[in-house]
Design a binder for this molecule. Structure first.
Ligand SMILES: *Cc1c(COP(=O)(O)O)cnc(C)c1O
Length: 459
């Protein structure tokens, strides 16, 4: 039984490594870290009783690593080999070089974020992106807040407080991380008025409940699921015409908000904000860090008068973005405006647009590098795999990809996964049918998959 061979806290404190830690750190900090490592080992042994207990000096080294990690100023960088391009838990879109430059520049010192330099008077924070947003979507005006959930909250709070918001029962969405449309509406002080059924909602269903109490007619893009078969939803144009006949704004939560037509890259078409505006939607909300490929932000575009109403809502102040986000977002939008090939500028689009040939070549290169770096007991092979966009965009669409399938006799997929997670930086794969796969779709360079061994990661 390995549990009994686990060293005691005192035994670990006796090691040379602990002695050197104790020269610079208070004793309680060192013992806490040792206890945490021992608890982890206990857990690992309980899960897999064949595991050997780590020796006292290994525990001490791990404790030292824990303490070092807690003092590292950077957020932990990882390699995304999950096959999910826009992974919410991994921070979604990687930023473009221009966006990174923009935000570093803004971080360094003072920027005229709310100041009109030519007049010396107070300026508008959102002016740095509003014009670009309008141009890229064909809308009259735009504004920016922290994320799409905030954008929708602001829109509903501004336009439908204590009034009714009409939504089809087929669009009462929940997005990962507890974004539930009915709850957001409730928070904004609106009354949800559901119409139709899960699979079929007709124009007449909306018409029947439109009244003086109606504040907003809301359309939500069911980005993360599909209702298929016997279905019906009115067209966006018909819905807009109906809303306007009754003097009510049509608001659409578009979710991903791709600024380019994904069909150009052989992917299914994803509705764009420009299309929604063209079809008569009065306000469109979408995320900055999904298919747009920018920083986390929530964008609202649409009619100037409505955007002004949102700007004046005191909630806008609570949801405003800082200079770093604004700088990164501006640079991202400028790239869409000016670049001859968006793929070359926006990493998210580049990852989406990768061809199978490119992925095959990348996978072969990665296999050779990884196999050469690992001991012979590891078996590394290239296999076809299926990646996904992530963040709720087109979840039913599998993006063709390639993955490294890693095996080692006597090790299950969990153990392999934890081996790669223990590398520096950690490499995050995915487990599929009890095999560890390192998917290449969201990996930039083949060499990223070579595990760099960290101290004290053995056993
Ligand atoms: C992702 C998504 C949201 C939430 O957007 P965040 O930017 O993560 O706040 C809301 N609605 C839809 C349809 C989405 O796809």
């Amino acid at each position: 039984m390995s549990l009994r061979s686990l060293p005691s806290v005192d035994a670990v404190l006796e090691t040379d490594e602990s002695a050197s830690l104790l020269r610079t750190l208070p004793r309680p900090a060192v013992t806490d870290a040792i206890r945490a490592v021992l608890a982890e080992s206990r857990e690992a042994i309980r899960a897999d009783p064949n595991r050997d207990a780590p020796a006292a000096d290994v525990v001490a080294r791990r404790a030292a690593e824990r303490i070092r990690a807690a003092l590292t100023p950077e957020l932990p960088a990882v390699v995304n080999a999950t096959g999910v391009i826009l992974h919410t838990n991994l921070g979604r879109a990687p930023l473009s070089a221009g966006a990174i430059e923009g935000l570093v520049c803004a971080a360094r010192g003072a920027v005229a974020i709310e100041l009109d330099v030519s007049t010396g008077r107070r300026g508008q924070r959102d002016a740095h992106v509003a014009g670009l947003l309008a141009e890229l979507t064909g809308a009259e005006a735009g504004l920016v807040v922290n994320n799409n959930a905030a954008a929708l909250l602001l829109a509903i709070d501004s336009l439908a407080r204590r009034r009714e918001v009409i939504v089809s029962r087929g669009e009462l969405i929940e997005i990962g991380g507890a974004f539930r449309l009915p709850e957001v509406l409730q928070r904004a002080g609106a009354v949800l008025r559901e119409v139709g059924t899960t699979n079929r909602t007709r124009l007449a269903d909306y018409e029947a409940v439109l009244s003086r109490r109606t504040g907003v007619l809301l359309r939500a893009h069911p980005s993360n699921y599909r209702i298929e078969g016997f279905t019906e939803q009115p067209s966006r144009r018909d819905l807009a015409a109906l809303a306007h006949r009754h003097g009510v704004p049509l608001v659409e939560d578009l979710g991903s908000g791709a600024l380019v037509d994904l069909a150009e890259y052989g992917l299914p078409h994803e509705p764009t904000p420009a299309e929604a505006i063209r079809d008569g939607v009065d306000l469109v909300t979408f995320s900055g860090d999904k298919l747009l490929g920018g920083p986390q932000a929530g964008l609202v575009v649409g009619r100037a008068a409505l955007v002004r109403t949102l700007q004046k809502n005191p909630l806008k102040r609570a949801l405003r973005v800082d200079k770093l986000i604004l700088a990164a977002l501006r640079a991202t939008l400028v790239a869409y405006r000016g670049a001859p090939d968006v793929r070359a500028e926006i990493p998210t689009i580049a990852l989406l647009a990768r061809t199978e040939e490119e992925l095959i070549a990348l996978a072969k290169e990665a296999r050779d590098l990884v196999a050469a770096a690992l001991p012979d007991e590891f078996d590394v092979a290239v296999i076809p795999s299926e990646a996904e966009i992530g963040s709720g965009a087109q979840p039913t669409i599998a993006l063709p990809s390639r993955a490294l399938r890693v095996r080692r006799s006597g090790w299950d997929a969990e153990r392999l996964a934890s081996f790669f997670r223990a590398a520096s930086p950690p490499i995050l794969g995915r487990i599929h049918r009890d095999e560890l796969l390192l998917d290449l779709r969201a990996v930039r360079h083949a060499a990223d998959l070579v595990p760099q061994v960290r101290e004290a990661t053995e056993s």
